[in-house]
Structure formats: C-alpha cells, structure tokens
Design a protein around this ligand. Structure first.
Ligand SMILES: O=C(O)CCC(=O)C(=O)O
Ligand SMILES: [Fe+2]
Length: 328
C-alpha cells in the first residue's frame, strides 16, 4: 500500500509538471522549435509520435513471447545473460538489452514490433531534426518493471565519436503512472562540465565515486528534476550529457513499459567508454543502420551466450580484463 508520504511525493511530481512544462511541449510545432528546446534544455518530448496500436501490440507480444521464456537473455544493467527477475507484482525487473539481437525464431513478433517502433518513420524525422542528419542505432532496451535507474549521463558508456552528439529516445508503450518509476531528467545538466567539477577520473569504472559526483553536481547547481507524465506513444529525447534516471517505485502495482534507443549521427562513429571506437555488425532496418553486437540469429553468438550463462564468473573476469585493456 502507498503511505501518505508517498502520495504526497506523487502529487508534487504531477503538480510540478502541470505548472508549466507540459504546456511548453504543445508550443513546439516546428523543427526549429524542437531543436532549440532540445539544445537549450538537453531534452524534448514529442507527444503521440508512435501510433498507440504499435505500442499495444509490442506489449502484448512481450507477454506472449518473452515473459514465458525461462532461459537466459542479455540484460541492460549487467550486460550479462540472466533469467527474468520478477517483482512481487510479476513485472520483469531486469530490462532487456538490445532487442535487435533477440533470436528471430523465438521472439519474432516482439522483436519486429520493437524495431518497428524504434525505426518508425516519425522517429526518423524526429531524430533527423535533433541530430541534423540521419542516424545509426547503437543500443536498445526494453523495460517492464522499474529498476529505479540511478542518476547518470550516458556519454561515459556510449556516445558519438563527437562527444555530446548522441541522442537517446525513451518511448512509453503504456500510460506511465506517477508512482510506477517515471523517467526523469535534469534540464540544462548537459551544459555542465563534469571534469571541471572533479570528474577527471575513469568515470565508467568508478561507479560509486561517479554516482556521488552526479549528486554533488545536482546540489551545487540546484538543478531541477523533471519526471514528465509520459503517455502511450509519447517519446522523450535526451542528450548523452543530460543527467537522467528513473524515480523510485511508489506504486508497485503498475508496470512502466518502455523502449529506449541510442542514436548517433550516421556520419560519426560509436565511441565506447570515451576510448574505443565500435562498429559491431551494422544492418539496415528501414532508414536506420543498427548495431547487432551479439546477434542471436548467429550460431557463434548463441554458443557464447550459453557459455556465459554456464560459466558466469570466468566470463565476467574476462570482460573486466578486456575493459582494463581498453582503458590502458
Ligand atoms: O528507463 C530507465 O530507467 C533508464 C534508461 C536509461 O538510462 C537509458 O536508456 O540510457
Ligand atoms: Fe541512461
């Protein structure tokens, strides 16, 4: 049950939005308005960008194809193969990583629907408006339950080779309830120079130090947190340097079904950990090119996944060593 304090928190986050920001989005009608708002605030919301029927179908195929699957799939938070972890209300807590890599025979419709949303022609138009050119997709995710993502910027993990030019999209595939763990952003945070604020260490590998630094910066600059009301088919785009995450779950009875995708300008390259250029198995889908780093339609990758699932400690050690080698 929700306690009164939780209800107050929920109400204040709704009030925050009704008091102005939501009206603002309705005024963004031209490409210039959208780009200017995005450049200034580090994010923008485009309402009703994705047809709601596609959202409904994606959720329904998630329930019939993915939810009953009881073996290992790659997960966003760990990058490792894991079985589903369910909340007390039965929602999948460990979000999926790279739906383009799912095995097509096993998850044909969920994969098709997810990709048709993330590569939709409206998405293409919006991403071109924001980036000034067409895009490559370098990572995708699907969330059902809320992992309460901690405040971070994406740029340290993945970005365009021109740092700050990656944009990411958060697509609501259901109406997101106030206490379901809404996605939040800190407007304007993309303009703050983290390294000048003490962030001149290997951020991607000093997580606790980095988490604290982000909180210190939020306090120091008195940044405002916005957790907008996202309805089915709405899309929020944010800059790779914008601080973002998701609120704690206050209403566990609700899911927060959403896809995310990370887009870089087609003329640039994927930069991992601000060090290493990647171009892993690019394929064309619609007007986009999409990286398929661990394509499960390939036998080789299926074998690697099953080895990772069977010998997790050894594989995770190898991964850490590989990362260290990149950072040298
Ligand atoms: O939806 C979330 O909780 C976080 C998503 C996110 O951080 C991302 O896609 O980069
Ligand atoms: Fe992120």
């Amino acid at each position: 049950m929700n306690n009164p304090e939780n209800i107050l928190q929920i109400e204040s986050s709704i009030r925050n939005e009704i008091d102005g920001t939501d009206k603002m989005y309705n005024l963004l009608t031209t490409a210039d308005d959208i780009r200017n708002y995005y450049d200034e605030n580090g994010y923008v919301i485009l309402r009703n960008l994705i047809p709601t029927e596609l959202c409904d179908e994606a959720r329904s195929f998630f329930k019939t194809e993915v939810k009953p699957y009881d073996a290992y799939l790659y997960r966003q938070a760990s990058s490792n193969p894991e079985k589903h972890i369910l909340t007390s209300y039965g929602y999948m807590l460990n979000s999926l990583l790279n739906i383009q890599d799912l095995n097509t025979d096993r998850f044909p419709n969920f994969k098709k629907l997810g990709l048709s949303i993330l590569t939709h022609e409206n998405m293409h138009e919006a991403v071109c408006t924001i980036l000034g050119e067409s895009a490559k997709i370098i990572q995708t995710m699907f969330f059902e339950g809320n992992p309460a993502t901690w405040a971070h910027q994406d740029t340290y993990y993945l970005d365009s080779s021109e740092l700050g030019r990656m944009t990411a999209a958060w697509v609501a595939v259901e109406d997101i309830q106030p206490g379901a763990g809404r996605f939040y952003i800190y407007p304007g945070s993309h303009k703050i120079d983290i390294s000048q604020n003490g962030g001149d260490f290997d951020i991607a590998f000093n997580h606790s130090r980095y988490k604290q630094l982000v909180l210190d910066i939020i306090n120091k600059y008195q940044l405002e947190c916005r957790a907008p009301n996202m309805r089915k088919g709405d899309v929020l785009f944010w800059n790779s340097k914008t601080i973002h995450g998701s609120l704690e779950t206050l209403q566990p009875q609700y899911s927060r079904s959403s896809f995310t995708a990370h887009y870089i300008p087609a003329s640039t390259q994927h930069l991992q950990y601000q060090r290493q250029l990647r171009a892993r198995n690019l394929k064309h889908i619609g007007t986009f090119q999409i990286e398929h780093p661990k394509d499960q339609d390939k036998l080789k990758n299926q074998i690697i996944l099953s080895m990772e699932a069977r010998f997790p400690k050894q594989f995770q050690l190898l991964k850490r060593l590989a990362i260290k080698a990149i950072l040298k």
